[in-house]
Design a protein around this ligand. Structure first.
Ligand code: NAD
Length: 709
């Protein structure tokens, strides 16, 4: 039984311990069971308090059951499901005796809403304690009373922020804002609970309870006055529109709900408003796609190597990074942030110093945002040591090479690495597009060679492409996947091939943007078409961010490996030749000053050979469908095992809009038949083979299937 009641001394305990699961969820079944238990508790005269506890390690209640929400197709059904949860939590809130939630792990979504309905909350110091309402990230609003109870408990602006960011907070932060009443050590928890209950019964001011003082000054004005709250709401709306560009309705609806209900006292009415909003949002395509992306993220974060269940990964605590440039400095920082020792090698001291500066800058910004204390940052930074030679390389578990993108140089350093490292050391490359197999051929043991392709900036980008060659051993793959998880990143497994997956698809898109620019001029217009589609930035601004030198170099490699369709368009070659490298040189397609403006010089280099007209719909189709065709070709070549790997790569590696579900989910929503028809049209009209639908797409049409069905 997932939920049980027992009596101990003079108090009752409801214990969550979901059958056959590592976590507790507020499933429909558990809600029904809780309802029955609460009815029983309500009439027990011999209970002086009720505790809600979890038997799971590091988990209080992880949330509602997302699968049940995914199945909702009718807003009224969604509303009824939310109402069922609300009714039970209202019953919990109305119990006559003190109710205390004991939180020793994650309490998210419905789990957080349950603890909000208790009269008291105590949390342990367990670092796994995370409390929050992440619903807006799944495209809906909290539906079990959270939009009302949280702001009323922790204050208007604090509650609004927690609901709009969806970010869970630690136990300490929860104590600080009054979301929990007491923090206790995990050791001696039973005694702490007894002490807490005794204090509750004595009715004395709770020891260690953070005084919920009214905020004073300007913060108090913002929190407690109607004008202040109006300012908070207006600012929150602006921030939401800036970050979501209006693509996600849930945060805006959450703002309205909180604003409208904060002072309302008719609980039934408030709950009806919340459940109706939940029902409407939960059935939208946006929400369904966000839920799919949530599953995608969970799936790839836990990625394993097939057929390697019994292989024990090597432990990694000492690494080396070769090349202290943009990527090397970033990788060294990431390792040291996770307390892995790093030797950072370059060819001169200035270069090593730059790597240190880059790492230090990231730590500095973490201290400014109070993610780390200065002492912690210093301690982490001390994990990096610089070197100009291979001293210390004998003892490292893994080396990651991040020297410039040149095969001769990479082959040379792999040969050297093979000589100077131990026989168990994994040799990895961060190459963007070059053959890992060729680098491995220079080593004594190619089974230890793998590609670990981080994205720039390393500390921010969640994706890592793990590139395997036919010789890479399962042990090397298993160890690498474990390391990526240790680093908090999301891996996808890709077979060694020119440009792998993400750069290959992305460069097809960027090159197409170059062609459109040559046809009709106007980078801002082209970029806007794609930001209107939901991309975080347009393709030409993106190429400025990446650097024209990097982009053109990768295009050359792709052209060599994959043929004519990757030939860099003239405008890219010209801009690169003029040294307009993008952001790093101050200008590229744009001038990157205080305010970013289009670079007039580009217009002088363009021979616009179209009408100058731009059909936004066609333009978007060309840019997106060229990616879909390339992605299908990658599946045809079996570079990844399934379509979801490509969607994970594009969402977590390029920011492809999550509300569209991923590149290939988007393709399915448009329809394979429609995509092929458009590709054939472009191939004919533009006399362009790159648009010829690849065999994989044609086979999908033939068999009446799609990427995900
Ligand atoms: P970078 O030019 O910033 O840095 C390369 C560093 O390697 C330089 O500091 C250089 O002095 C050093 N170096 C050269 N020869 C060396 C040697 N023999 N031993 C040690 N160090 C040596 O380059 P980057 O942008 O950091 O790229 C590094 C690698 O990462 C490349 O393979 C690139 O394709 C890949 N990559 C780059 C990005 C990006 O956005 N910059 C993204 C992903 C992958």
């Amino acid at each position: 039984m997932s939920l049980t009641f027992k009596k101990q001394h003079d108090f009752g305990i409801i214990e969550f311990d979901q059958d056959d699961s590592k976590v507790n969820l507020l499933t429909a079944e558990n809600i029904k069971r809780l309802d029955v238990l609460l009815d029983e508790v309500k009439v027990k005269k011999d209970i002086s308090a009720l505790l809600i506890v979890s038997k799971k390690k590091d988990v209080f209640i992880a949330g509602a059951d997302i699968k049940e929400i995914e199945d909702i197709t009718d807003p009224l059904d969604g509303q009824a499901k939310a109402k069922a949860g609300q009714d039970v939590l209202n019953k919990l809130e109305d119990l006559p005796m003190p109710t205390i939630a004991v939180i020793d792990g994650v309490a998210l979504g419905g789990g957080c809403e349950l603890l909000l309905a208790c009269k008291f909350r105590m949390a342990t110091c367990n670092s796994k304690v995370r409390i929050g309402l992440p619903e807006v990230n799944l495209g809906f609003v909290p539906g079990f009373g959270g939009t009302w109870r949280l702001p009323r408990l922790v204050g208007f602006s604090e509650g609004l922020t927690m609901i709009l960011t969806g970010k869970p907070i630690s136990g300490n932060k929860a104590l600080k804002i009054g979301l929990v009443d007491r923090i206790v050590t995990e050791k001696g928890l039973d005694q702490h609970i007894l002490d807490f209950m005794a204090d509750v019964h004595r009715g004395k001011k709770l020891k260690n309870r953070f005084p919920r003082k009214k905020k004073k000054g300007f913060l108090g004005f913002l929190d407690h006055s109607l004008i202040g709250q109006a300012i908070v709401v207006s600012q929150a709306r602006k921030n939401v529109l800036k970050t979501t560009k209006g693509f996600y309705p849930a945060p805006l609806r959450a703002i309205d709900l909180i604003k409208e209900t904060f002072y309302m006292t008719n609980r039934r009415k408030v709950m009806d408003m919340e459940s109706a909003a939940f029902g409407k949002l939960a059935v939208t395509d946006i929400s369904k796609n966000c839920v799919k992306v949530f599953y995608l993220s969970e799936e790839y974060k836990k990625l394993t190597c097939e057929g390697a269940d019994d292989i024990v990964p090597q432990s990694i605590d000492k690494c080396a990074v070769l090349g202290a440039g943009i990527m090397g400095g970033g990788i060294a920082q990431l390792f040291s942030a996770k307390n892995i020792w790093v030797r950072l090698k370059d060819i001169n001291l200035d270069a090593v110093a730059k790597g240190f500066q880059a790492a230090s800058k990231v730590f500095h910004s973490a201290t400014k945002r109070r993610r780390l204390t200065k002492a912690q940052a210093t301690l982490k930074m001390a994990h990096i040591t610089g070197t100009l030679d291979y001293s210390g390389f004998k003892n490292v578990n893994l080396v990651i090479e991040a020297v410039v993108e040149n095969m001769d140089l990479k082959k040379k350093v792999f040969k050297e690495l093979s000589e100077v490292t131990g026989k168990d050391t994994i040799l990895a490359t961060n190459t963007s597009a070059l053959s890992v197999t060729e680098m491995a051929s220079q080593t004594k043991d190619p089974s230890k060679v793998i590609g670990i392709h981080f994205f720039n900036p390393v500390h921010r980008m969640p994706l890592v492409e793990v590139i395997t060659t036919p010789q890479t051993s399962k042990e090397t793959i298993v160890t690498t996947l474990k390391l990526i998880k240790q680093l908090g990143k999301t891996p996808i497994l890709v077979k060694d091939s020119c440009g792998f997956i993400v750069n290959r698809i992305l460069l097809a898109y960027i090159n197409e943007a170059g062609r459109l620019l040559e046809e009709c001029g106007g980078m801002e217009r082209i970029d806007k078409i794609m930001t209107d589609f939901g991309m975080p930035m347009g393709p030409l601004l993106l190429s400025d961010e990446v650097g024209l030198d990097v982009g053109v170099k990768v295009l050359h490699i792709l052209e060599q490996g994959l043929g004519e369709r990757f030939k860099a368009v003239d405008i890219f070659e010209k801009v690169y030749a003029k040294g307009l490298l993008g952001k790093k040189s101050g200008s590229g397609f744009y001038i990157h000053g205080k305010k970013r403006v289009p670079n007039e010089k580009i217009f002088g280099m363009l021979k616009v050979h179209g009408s100058g007209e731009l059909n936004a719909n066609e333009c978007r189709q060309r840019l997106v469908y060229v990616m879909i065709n390339e992605a299908a070709q990658c599946l045809e070549e079996k570079l990844v095992d399934k379509s979801s790997a490509i969607d994970a790569g594009m969402i977590f590696g390029t920011g492809f809009p999550p509300f569209r579900g991923g590149l290939l989910r988007y393709a399915d929503s448009v329809g394979i038949e429609n995509i092929i028809a458009s590709l054939e049209y472009f191939a004919k009209e533009l006399h362009a083979d790159r648009f010829k639908p690849c065999d994989y797409l044609l086979k999908l049409r033939e068999t009446g299937s799609s990427f995900f069905n």
